[in-house]
Design a protein around this ligand. Sequence first.
Ligand SMILES: NC(=O)C1=CN([C@@H]2O[C@H](COP(=O)(O)OP(=O)(O)OC[C@H]3O[C@@H](n4cnc5c(N)ncnc54)[C@H](OP(=O)(O)O)[C@@H]3O)[C@@H](O)[C@H]2O)C=CC1
Length: 353
Amino acid sequence: MLAWQIHSYGGNDQLTLSATNRIPMIKNPNDILVEVHAASVNPIDIRMRDGYGQKILNVMRNQGLINTRSEFPLTMGRDFSGIVVESGRNVKKFKPGDEVYGVLGAQRQGSHAEYTISSEREMAHKPNHLSHVEAASIPYVALTNWSAINTAGRLTANNTTGKRILVIAGSGGIGTFAIQLLKAWGGEIVTTCSGDASEQLLQLGADYTIDYKQQDVLTELNKLPRFDFILDPLGGDKGEQYSQFLKSWQNAKYVSIAPPFLKNFDNYGILPGLVKNIGDLGCSALKGAKDGKIIRWAVFAPSKQGLKTTTDLLNSRQIHPVVEKVFEFEDLPSAYEKIESGHSRGKTVIKMK
Ligand SMILES: NC(=O)C1=CN([C@@H]2O[C@H](COP(=O)(O)OP(=O)(O)OC[C@H]3O[C@@H](n4cnc5c(N)ncnc54)[C@H](OP(=O)(O)O)[C@@H]3O)[C@@H](O)[C@H]2O)C=CC1
């Protein structure tokens, strides 16, 4: 089968369209072989291409949690839409021919290939009204948002109505999904974006936008009533500038999806990285407790409940895919360049069929 792979970490010149791969075989009775019809491209693919997370993935490999002998060749791609080819003997819900969409846990080879292996808990039936391209734009950002908003943030369909929510960077893949989910649950949403994205985000459900290029974001935020919940996909230096304004916003829950964990492992090694992570977690908890704030970090994780809720919201037309650009499979490096440039307005998808 064809698969876009890297044989060492680096830039786009490392990406090779390889035809020497065998179609993967089902080894675990819970696994499902899927013919990939479309897959999205996410910032995580660019980071993995650069070597992000390599230390912890090697630990998982040494522990037998990843069943490839070497980290290379490595296939990126964390979500997909396609057709079930074969199901392991424990699989109950999916049979060959079913149209599905889903994600791949960190231990798996990716979906930027003609076939991929996933499992029952990582996929759902594709909503009939969506094309594979539209469906592929959803799962990875949906489940990252689920992890941040529901698992870490404790927001649900039953307790979000009337809550004031700030979505930082509303125009990317994460933001365009977050706005729709939180609006469907009844939140009042303020978001930061470039001016050219404002109209689109208001149509998706944002109540108010702040142009981060033309306006002083902190000044504008300080004019508004307090927030109950803040979603920060930027984190780090960029997120810091927003967290400062939180000083005056007691009891807000702030969730960053740009945690330092994997970077700490990559930069310092496993044991010192672990110590650094414990230190960082402790510092952020103490800082939060001191200022009367709740600070949480969240990462993407497969979730059956998250995928079910997403599928229900797609089927009831409360959430719509926001596909900005589609690239042919053969042109995948151009899709990576687009994501790397950092100015998405929704999602970028590659099309295999
Ligand atoms: N922890 C995890 O598991 C995951 C973490 N993430 C994090 O979320 C981030 C965003 O992901 P995603 O939405 O898919 O990325 P995208 O590339 O789709 O979008 C990034 C968006 O951010 C906007 N942006 C950049 N800087 C600012 C700023 N200072 N203020 C407001 N908007 C800004 C850009 O628009 P503009 O053109 O206006 O600059 C662009 O629309 C990732 O970079 C990553 O850090 C994402 C997925 C999983």
